[in-house]
Each structure stands twice: as C-alpha cells, then as structure tokens.
Design a protein around this ligand. Structure first.
Ligand code: ING
Length: 313
C-alpha cells in the first residue's frame, strides 16, 4: 500500500424520483449521464442510491410476493444494466449500485435489498445485503407503510470490507446508517471509504416528528459514524416525489473528521463531488479513535449479548 495513491475523487450520484411507471432503461440512461458527468469532473468512483433502478416499492402493499418480483433483478449485470457497466468500464470509473436482488443459492428463492461495488476495470469487487430492515412485515391500513421486512430477508453477508480503489472500502444501505454497530464492525476491519445508498421518506412512517429532523438525523448518524471510525462516508439519495411520496435528498461526502465536505441541495439527479484523501483517516485512527489503545471490550459484552434494552425495576 505504501506509495500507492491514497487520494481519489468520488461522486455521490443522487437520483431524482423514479415513478412506478418508469422503465428501468430510462433510469439507467439517467445513471449513465450522471456517471459521464462525474467522469468529466475527474471522478474515479460513483455512488448510486439504494434500490436505484425502481421506485421505492416497499412503500406499497402487495398481497402476493409474486407481484413484487417485478421490482427485482435476477442477475447483475443484466440486459438492462449492462449499458451502465459497459460505460463505466470504458470511462475507468468504479461504482456502487443498490438494487433489489432475487437470489437462488440452492436453498430456495431469497429476496435481498442489495448493493454491489464495481471497480474501475468493471469487476464486481463485492456484494452487501441490507441487515437493518426498518418498518413492519405487516401492512398497516391507513398508515404510511414501510414493508421492507415483508419483501426482504435480513442480509446474510455480514458487513464485509474489500481492499480496492487504493484503500479499504465497505458498504451499507439506508437504515443501516442509523445504527452505530454498522460503522464499528467495518471500523474494526479498517474501513476508510464507506459507501451508502438510501431512500428516506420525507415523512417518518414510524413517528410523527418535525420535518426538519429528517435531514438532521440523516447527516447526524453518518457524520458520527465517519468520525468515530475514522472513515470517509459517501452517501447517495434517491430523492423527490415518487408518485406523490416524498424522499429526502441531502446526498453528501463526509470526511473522517465528521465534516460534510460536499452535498447536494436539490431533489433531482445531481452530483456531490470531493477529493477523498484516505490518508486523512490515519490521524483519526491513530489518535482519538486508536482502537487498540482506547477500546475496552471487556466492558462491551451487552452489545452483542442483548437485543432489547432492559432497564432496572
Ligand atoms: N428508509 C428509512 C431510513 O432508514 C426510516 C427508514 C426513516 C427509518 C426514518 C427510521 C426513521 O432512512 C430505508 N429505506 O431504510
């Protein structure tokens, strides 16, 4: 690693809304345009959102899972996404892509909320399957629904990291970014570049809360995760009104110091670009969050042994 370039220009490639009637091919054309814009600005890596190819379908109730399978990909790349993979390889740009994965790995058909990391040579370096599935498995009539627990299995790949793009990269998806464990498990593997796609409703399905908290919590959790683990975070939203349902933007690039160094201010197809000097991770990881000097794991057992909080009587 010594001497290898540790600085790379990265783009959070935000997508505006994808309507339920929108063809995947039209979304891929938008993504290729974003990729080309990022490449023109010298970017070597582009992060697209969670479930980038379709509308955020977990907001809808489908009695039969067969009816939701139209939103899933059975292979990646496939005929529809190949133009994105081909153009990225031509331009020498790596990318993170979030999509709904229909997998049959010998133990029956499984559905995952998935992301892949593709390097600058077009090689799929790694895959991640979303672990923290928010919302409910059952439909709640008359309420805002978030049915990821109904449509997706909990991810079965853990929180892996890969040595690529001149550093150590990892991925997570949307609700994962709200849980400190997500960052810490990758932090304990030396992550320096944590890539996130998200679709976050403008109105919280779980609580009636002031609107300003949507963006506040979005950035708060990622800034904390970046700083407490000395990693860059690149996060890309699908944003805007999808068939009347609002999604927040706020795509951003966060330094290991926890500072937002670039962000979008629209809810459309947009790019936030920054130079990520991975060496900036080193001072955080070797001072305030020098894990080996400061962590006391003999006191942390509850974190993995207890799921629900138990308060004293
Ligand atoms: N979306 C939302 C997110 O975590 C959510 C769900 C919103 C949970 C607000 C709690 C509060 O950003 C996805 N897709 O996880």
């Amino acid at each position: 690693m010594s001497g290898e370039k540790r600085r790379l220009r990265v783009a959070a490639a935000q997508l505006g809304p994808v309507q339920i009637k929108d063809e995947r091919a039209s979304v891929v054309r938008r993504m290729v345009a974003l990729l080309e814009g990022a490449a023109r600005s010298g970017c070597e890596l582009v992060v697209f959102p969670e479930l980038a190819l379709t509308t955020f379908f977990p907001r809808y109730y489908y009695e039969n899972l067969a009816d939701v399978d139209v939103f899933f990909e059975r292979a990646m790349p496939n005929e529809t996404t190949l133009p994105l993979f081909d153009r990225a390889k031509e331009l020498g740009v790596g990318f993170y892509l979030g999509y709904a994965e229909l997998a049959d790995e010998g133990n029956g058909v499984k559905r995952y909320n998935t992301s892949i990391l593709v390097d600058r040579s077009g090689h799929i370096v790694g895959k991640y399957r979303k672990i923290h599935l928010p919302g409910f498995a059952e439909y709640r009539p008359g309420k805002l629904n978030q049915l990821e627990k109904r449509y997706f299995e909990v991810g079965n790949l853990g929180f892996p990291v890969w040595r690529t793009m001149g550093g150590v990269a990892g991925m997570c998806i949307c609700n994962d970014r709200r849980w400190p464990e997500t960052y810490r498990v990758m932090g304990l593997q030396g992550v320096e570049l944590l890539l996130i796609g998200y679709n976050t409703a403008s109105v919280n399905h779980a609580a009636d809360e002031p609107a300003h908290l949507r963006m506040f919590h979005n950035h708060l959790t990622m800034q904390a995760g970046a700083y407490q683990n000395g990693t860059w975070v690149v996060a890309s939203a699908k944003a805007g009104k999808e068939d009347g349902h609002g999604l927040i933007g706020g795509s951003c690039i966060i330094a290991p110091t926890g500072e937002i160094v670039a962000r979008t201010y629209t809810e459309e197809d947009d790019l936030a670009i920054a130079d990520c000097d991975l060496a900036l991770c080193d001072y955080i990881k070797s001072t305030v969050f020098d894990f080996v000097r400061h962590r006391r794991i003999e006191h942390y057992r509850l974190i993995t042994e207890r799921t629900a909080a138990i308060a004293p009587d």
